[in-house]
Design a protein around this ligand. Structure first.
Ligand SMILES: Cc1ncc(COP(=O)(O)O)c(C=O)c1O
Length: 407
């Protein structure tokens, strides 16, 4: 009989969200009169900006007419979108990225998951802890790790993000080939400074490594001087791939649009030591396995770059940051330390106790659901993630209940 890819069986059963659901269901069954507020979710709650809706409608009308109908588009994305991205997201900020270095896709999740396929099986990985689980799990599936021992896989160099380093790991002493970095971070909400990213770029250049920079939350950066793109760091074009998404910028989690930047001068070696452009390989992979994002969706994404679109998306992210501020203030008032929330939609709370114990306390005493930090990695223990993606009234009610429960 055909055999399965047994690397999948190494995956730590990711019970995080299933376990949360089980505990929440048990609570609601026992307490049907006590409504729950979820402050754990990583999904947006506000509708799409009006400019995006208008663009979607107009593009749908184009699809209804033979003269303007669109079938398959370019796999890498339409020029109108790639050019707008290059101009607004990079060149306007002094970062050198050209339109043909941008690969439009239906989500950063797929891109950060798929990118590892173009690198060798024995690529040495460096991955932060706590972490967006996709980076680890996709490398486990690909057979690039050994088994899991007490929450960590053999073969991964873990980069601890703890209170001691301000939740931003410095480059390690050991060499690595492929480094996953995410700033503003999910789950911690931490941001990296220019100096911290410069150290990472220097490390990558020294070790001929590649940084996979996940900037899914860059639109939440407000502090002047905090880089939004790795390409704001000199020399990064030679060593970094960047991932961006319209999901948290413009509420596209259900519409699906993102992009990946692969600079043309980024190189990797074959077994014989010969250098090859990574761009060509990713282009081959992308065009072989992907057939482009829907035309109306790309039109909606392009609308984000209009003057009105910039204003509306700013209002949207400002709204969530307003929630984040309320959460930060409430948590601090309760005497707990936290980071995130000022340049990110997540607040990482140092609870000073077991993260599931704290989760149960909030659920049972305040009917508020958060995300236990232990679910994001060993270093997440002792923390919970609170998300700013919610209605304002829910945030206010939840914070009132938490304050009463912990008093
Ligand atoms: C760090 C990070 N990267 C990527 C993604 C995926 O984004 P997308 O909706 O574009 O697939 C998420 C979504 O939560 C995320 O938190």
């Amino acid at each position: 009989m055909i055999r399965l890819n047994e690397h999948f069986s190494k995956l730590k059963a990711s019970y995080l969200f299933a376990d949360i659901a089980r505990r929440v269901n048990a609570f609601t069954q026992a307490n049907p009169d006590k409504p729950i507020i979820r402050l754990g979710i990583g999904d947006v709650t506000e509708p799409l900006p009006p400019v995006c809706i208008a663009a979607l409608h107009a593009a749908t009308d184009e699809m209804a007419q033979r003269a303007t109908f669109k079938g398959y588009g370019p796999e890498q994305g339409y020029a109108f979108l790639r050019e707008a991205i290059a101009r607004h997201d990079f060149q306007a900020h002094g970062a050198q990225v050209e339109a043909d270095e941008i690969f439009v896709s239906d989500g950063s999740k797929c891109d950060v998951a798929n990118i590892q396929e173009i690198f060798a099986h024995d690529t040495r990985l460096a991955i932060p802890d706590p972490v967006y689980p996709v980076y680890v799990d996709t490398n486990v599936m690909a057979g690039r790790t050994g088994p899991d021992h007490g929450g960590r896989y053999d073969g991964i160099l873990y980069l601890d993000s703890t209170a001691a380093n301000g939740y931003v790991p410095a480059p390690p002493a050991q060499p690595a080939d492929l480094i996953y970095l995410c700033f503003p971070n999910n789950p911690t909400g931490a941001v990296a400074t220019q100096a911290q990213l410069t150290a990472w770029v220097a490390y990558a250049r020294q070790h001929n490594a590649i940084i996979l920079f996940d900037a899914a939350y860059e639109s939440y950066v407000r502090t002047p001087g905090i880089p939004r793109s790795i390409y704001e760091i000199a020399g990064a074009r030679d060593v970094a791939i960047e991932f961006r998404s319209f999901s948290k910028l413009a509420g596209f989690t259900g519409l699906r649009c993102a992009y990946t930047v692969v600079p043309k001068n980024l190189k990797a070696r074959d077994a014989a030591g010969q250098e090859h452009p990574v761009h060509a390989l990713w282009n081959r992979r992308h065009t072989t396995k992907f057939n482009g994002v829907a035309y109306p969706v790309q039109k909606a994404a392009a609308a984000v770059y209009s003057a009105e679109g910039q204003k509306q998306t700013r209002e949207l992210t400002d709204f969530y940051l307003g929630n984040a501020k309320l959460i930060r203030e409430a948590v601090t008032k309760l005497g707990m330390s936290c980071i995130g929330g000022d340049n990110a939609p997540y607040i990482w709370v140092n609870t000073g106790r077991d993260s599931w114990e704290f989760f149960d306390l909030l659920l049972n005493k305040a009917q508020v659901v958060c995300t236990p930090g232990a679910g994001f990695g060993k270093c997440g223990e002792g923390h919970v993630r609170i998300s700013a993606f919610n209605f304002r009234e829910n945030v206010a009610t939840a914070l009132g209940r938490i304050a009463a429960a912990l008093r």
